[in-house]
Design a binder for this molecule. Structure first.
Ligand SMILES: Cc1ncc(COP(=O)(O)O)c(C=O)c1O
Length: 399
């Protein structure tokens, strides 16, 4: 390992530089710039004695290869010196469930944000319930008032900021202070901002989860998840992932690592273009609200400005009250925006959503149909022309 591939040694470098050097050790790979893709299960030992003593840097494909180590180290450098360990998982959802199971045991209680990514809620209500772990959902804007919801057995508080689809901001440092004072751990789905715009472990988070499927990969062609742990949780995370035999295919790790190298320039563009389109949408007469915490008018803006250093390309809008069919006409008329799940690729997306039945601690009643956008890397003027086409179709559907 050279000094650039070690998380601690490279802590003085800026994030854009870390993206280019993290996890790379060319002279351990014959001088080649990128770490090769090791397709590996069995690893041979020179002797019976070496085998029995597990002598050697690697033991078995599932337990780590130069490819997995490169990606882990690259993510670790981005998370900063507070990061003690990174685990790679086959999807973002797998990273969420692994992080929760790594630190929970039967009889524990979880405080889960009401605006969480819906499959996380499903995991809590289904699997965790089955294993004797209870969940209470809380208002994303609760901040330090979350203290009232603690039970003697509350082991985990889970935050996701901004919230899935509805984009409420959370006061993560305030929640971290309460959680730690009560002896609980703070877990965060940090996929929206990622380590470039919010270094979660430095803000009091104990396990920071990213769906690498989004901006790590960046090309809508890979499923990947990562969990970054601080000193309090590193051993539990390593034990869980090792015991469960969780690992990622080598080509997917390579795609994640390759994507990371350009994530800085891509995110800068998603951030700028996303805000431009959000501002344009805010002026449209058909739109009543734009849900984007980097907009000055957003209720979560002050927290976003205090804690985050940027925004990705994902936000939502609420249309004026109108039949669902009119919103569908808008979406169906778009030619550059694809209609599909996930986000974080180079291409723009738009999906309709309604989270009325997916909220239990808060009420979602925006008044009109809601749409989530992902702003990709296309020219913004082409995207706006496409949205104008959509609004023309919407007007026709309403007339
Ligand atoms: C906020 C958030 N977290 C986690 C996930 C799950 O990631 P994956 O699709 O990689 O399982 C998603 C997927 O859309 C997401 O939006």
């Amino acid at each position: 390992m050279n000094k650039t591939s070690d998380g601690k040694a490279s802590s003085v470098l800026k994030p854009d530089t870390l993206l280019t050097v993290g996890g790379r050790d060319p002279f351990a790979q014959h001088g080649y710039v990128n770490t090769p893709v090791y397709h590996a299960s069995t690893l041979l030992y020179p002797s019976a004695e070496d085998f029995l003593a597990h002598r050697g840097r690697y033991q078995y494909g599932r337990r780590g290869t130069p490819t997995s180590e490169a990606l882990e180290n690259a993510v670790r450098t981005l998370d900063g010196p507070a990061c003690e360990a990174v685990a790679l998982l086959p999807s973002g959802l797998a990273a969420i469930s692994a992080a929760l199971l790594a630190v929970l045991r039967s009889g524990d209680h979880v405080l889960m944000v009401d605006s969480v990514y819906w499959p996380t809620r499903k995991f809590c209500d289904g699997v965790l319930t089955r294993y004797g772990i209870s969940t209470t959902y809380y208002d994303p804007v609760a901040g330090a008032a979350i203290a009232q919801l603690f039970q003697p057995n509350t082991r985990v508080v889970f935050v996701e900021a901004p919230g899935s689809l509805s984009f409420e901001m959370q006061d993560v440092p305030a929640i971290a202070a309460v959680a730690h004072a009560k002896g609980a751990l703070l877990l965060m789905d940090n996929t929206w901002a990622g380590p470039l715009f919010f270094r979660a472990l430095e803000k009091g988070v104990d396990l920071s989860i990213i769906s690498g499927t989004k901006y790590f990969g960046g090309h809508s062609d890979v499923m990947l998840g990562t969990v970054s742990a601080n000193a309090a949780t590193a051993q539990a995370l390593k034990d869980f992932v090792g015991t469960f035999g969780l690992c990622v295919g080598p080509d997917d790790m390579f795609l994640g690592l390759r994507g990371l190298r350009t994530m800085g320039v891509r995110l800068a563009r998603h951030y700028e273009a996303g805000l431009k389109v959000a501002r344009w949408l805010r002026e449209r007469p058909e739109v009543v609200r734009v849900l984007h915490p980097a907009l000055e008018t957003d209720p979560g803006h002050a927290i976003w400005k205090r804690d985050f250093t940027g925004a990705c390309g994902l936000f939502s809008i609420v249309l004026k009250p109108m039949p669902q069919a009119a919103a569908h006409a808008f979406l169906n008329a778009l030619t550059l925006f694809g209609i599909g799940a996930s986000w974080g690729g180079y291409e723009s997306l738009a999906v309709p959503f309604d989270v009325t039945t997916a909220r239990t601690a808060t009420r979602w009643a925006p008044g009109g149909p809601a749409i989530r956008f992902h702003i990709g890397l296309e020219d913004v003027s082409d995207l706006i022309a496409d949205l104008e086409r959509g609004f023309a179709a919407l007007a026709l559907a309403r007339s």
